[in-house]
Each structure stands twice: as C-alpha cells, then as structure tokens.
Design a protein around this ligand. Sequence first.
Ligand code: PEP
Ligand code: MG
Length: 562
Amino acid sequence: MLQGLPVSPGIAVGRAVIVRFAGLPAFRRAVSPDEIPEEERRLRRASRLASEEFRRHSGEAAGGIGEELSAILEAHGMIASDETFIAAILERARKDRVNVEWALAEVTREIGNRFEAADSEAMRERAADIHDVSREIARQLVGGEDFLPIELPRGSILVADELSPVEASRLDPRRVRALALERGGPTSHATIIARSFGLPAVVGIPALCAAVSPDRPIVVDGDRGTVDTSPSKERLRRSLLRVRESREKARRLRARTGRPAVTKDGVRIVVRANLELAEEIPALERHHAEGVGLFRSEFLYLKSGAEPPGVEEQRAVYEELLEAAAPHPVVVRTYDLGGEKGIGPGGGENPALGLRGIRYCLAHPEILDAQLTALCLASRKGPLSILLPMVATLAELRAARAALGRAARRADITEPPPLGIMIEIPSTALLCERFAPLTDFFSIGTNDLAQYTLAVDRANPDVAALYQPLHPAILRMLRSVIDAGRSSGRPVAVCGELASDPVGIAVLVGLGIRELSVTPVAIAGVKDALSAVDSVRAGALAERALDLSEAADVDRMFRGRA
Ligand code: PEP
Ligand code: MG
C-alpha cells in the first residue's frame, strides 16, 4: 500500500494505465513474448521514419539557415537508426515485457543520465541530442502526433508521473475512474480537473509508475490518499462496496441540491460553478449551479494547440455558457496563462512568479484584444462579467480597463461588461481598497493566495504539508478584502478550492462571504456543509481565528463548532 496526498475524494478500482509525461512521454503496456516481433516491427518503422525526418530537415537547413544545424540534424538521423541503440531498446522491451514506447523512454533516460553526469560539456550536450532523437521516434510511434493519445480503455485508472493542465484537460472522464500521480499538490490544476470530473485522486507518491503493474487491478482511495498496487480479494470486495456506497451518497446529496443554499440560521449563500472546459457546461444544470463564478478560459487556449482561438470561436463558447447559465450570470476570467499552465517562461525560471495571468496578456495585446472583443460581443446575450487574473498593480488594472473600453467600441456596445479582479496576490489583498474604485467586483483565488502568502508551491508534494489555506495570515488578508468590498460596495466572492472545504466554508461564512464558486460536482456537498453552519457562531469564531497563530489552531477551533 502506497501513501500519498488525498486530493479528490472517492474510491475506485480499475486497471492501471501507466503514463510518463515528463521527459519522454510514454504509455506502459504489458507485452507477452509473442507480441515482441510486432513491437520490433513498430520500433524499426518509427526509427526509419524519424531518421528520414531528420535527414529531410538536414537537407533543408543546408540550403537555408546553416551548415552547422544541418550537420547536427544529419547526426540525429544517424542516431535514430543506430543498430546498437535499437537493439538496446528491444532488449529492454523483451526483458521487462513492455511496449517499445516505454522501453525507449527508459533506455533514453538511462543514457541521458550517464551523459549528463559526465564532466565534459560536449558529453552533456549528447544527452540533449539523444533526447531529441528519442522524442522524434516516440512521435512516430504514435502516428506523428505531438501529444500522447489519451484514449484510455473504459474503466482505467491513470497512473502517471505528473499531468500538465493541457494533458489533464484532454482526459475523457467517461473512460477514467481515478488518477494517481507521482507529483502534484492539493490545488495543482490536474487536481482541480480531477475534482471537476468527480474522479478520486491521490498525488505525491514518488516512483509510483515503477511500483504499479499494468496488468493487475489497483485501488485508489482519494479519501485516505492511498494506492493499493496489489489488493487482496477481500480488499477488492470491500473497495467495490465503498464505490457503491459513495455513488448512493452522491445521488442522495444531489437529490437535495435543487434548493438554494442557506445556512442553519437562514442566511442565503450563492453557490456558482467553476468551469474549465466547454464540455462541462451540461454540469451547470445537473448540479443546480447559480451561474458560473469562474470560467478558466485559458483551457480554451491550451486545448486549441499553438494558435489562440479566434474571436468568433471564443464568442460561440461564451454565448453557450450564457445560454446554459441563464438567468444566472457568467464570470469569464481572461487567460491565466503562464505559471504551471504551460505557456510562457519555463526551464530554470520560476514560472509562478513570471509572466503569468494579466501580465502575460498585457505583454501580448493582440491576444487580450481578441479575447476582450469576443467577450464584449457575447455580453449582448446575457449577464457576463470579466475577471482579470493575477492583478498586482493599479497600472495593470488601468491598462486592462482601457483595453476593455476599446474592445467595447469595436463590438459596438455602449457599456463594457463589469470588470473584476482576482485577489490572489498578497500585496493586492492588503491594498484591496485602492483597487476598489477601478473595479466592479472581487473574486478571491485562495489557491494562489495561499501559494504566494506562504511561499509554498501549490503543485509540489514535498511541501504539501505547508500548504495551509486556513493560515491566520491568509484569514487576515481575506478580512482586508471583505472590509474593502463592504466599504466600497463591491461584491466579494471566493473561487479557490477553500470554498469547497467544509471547514473553509464555515470560516468564509464567518468572515462575511456570501458567494462561493466551486467545481460543479462539489455543489451538493457545499450546500450540505452550509446547512450545518450557524453564521453568527461562525462569525464569532472567525474573529477569534484572526488572532490565532497557526492553521491547525483554526482548523481545531472550527471543526464541529461552527
Ligand atoms: C485560485 O488561484 O484560487 C484560482 C481560483 O485560480 P487558479 O486555481 O486557476 O489559479
Ligand atoms: Mg489563481
């Protein structure tokens, strides 16, 4: 039994599909000895195609940009068809009884590690060469695609080293039963997507991929954070029983979600939905969401490949959202690119502190202009608001407002839609009242606010224990924002994951929050948790919580007492 972090609740039993995304992406499949000839044929074909591809590029480079590049590509072509290399991969496939994709990734990693450990710079460069060559062979193995095809057999459990937001958004939730990852944290985007698909998930188990066998069922327990890689018959039986019970419980809860959310003492709380993908739109009605409190539009961009989606393509999605949410409002957040979402700076830089969110969009005005125009056009169809991510300065807000004014003129509307800002940077939270005159509403992103306040990477399992969104320092910031909202008459919502945590809900209501936005499958549970909160009692506890020293103290004080 392996222990990790429980990040999305529920339990699932299924066959593992093992995938590595980092380095050289590859699926692991069990292969019997009589399948090896077919694997050899596939590998030899891919190696030939890769070699031809490199030679073709080498020829082009020779006639164009340079001899040096041409020579490198020529050498790549030779490595791709090198018999020693191919033989090593086939030997690995035979020995470990795995598919050639997996064997290729393993052999590449080993050779790469050996070169990287060398003293000479030239040898270290060879590591990069071998990696480039293998990546092209891997691409040819999956039919020339850049992405790994994520067509999993129905009922699979996806076991992977990590899952980027793009890969996560490409999963088909009807085929996957659960996720188990080596990396990731409580609010990393793979986790958020697992929750929005209602999939149990466990993250933060190092060397998980090597520990799981692809031909045996495993049990992923998203409540306890465990992965059982070789469950006994009895364990399988009990787990299947729990799967049935939790389905039944979810059904009972859902049956009650039609009613609006109120606290035990009758305070009305608005509960909206966080959506990442247009495919989730039907979930709005199914889970009785009062509109969309956060549409993470960057997933539109990430899914569209290299080119950002055009104005009309975006407009169609925003209009579809408005139609599905009517008569409730829809809040679309402009692209929050950069950071862990995969566009923008990477490598040795710290992407979470880099050109992310509104910073990225202001640096690429054509992208922002197209999005704001699409939003203005769609706003004719219903109550749409625009939310800016990662706002750190008044100058950013002013620049975005000016861009919105221009977009409104382009879309020929007299009034631009309401414009709000995410509160997810500590400095903005503390000086929130200065932003109020320029903004129409606030939405608190506790996921990033916790990451930046506590200096804890939200996606890193090594520091997951330090990721404490209930920390009194964060509660004090929430208080500052709520006060600024009250004195300026600007509504304040919370759209981070804290809004679906039972203790978090009591704390937020106690601090004065009256609007939450959560993943649709969590809505039933959120309403249930709200019905147990006494807002007056929670208010008194929240006041005291501001003077506590640690998140654990806050948690202890609220548990069962609000
Ligand atoms: C947040 O930071 O809390 C948030 C809602 O935005 P995201 O999770 O997309 O960064
Ligand atoms: Mg955020």
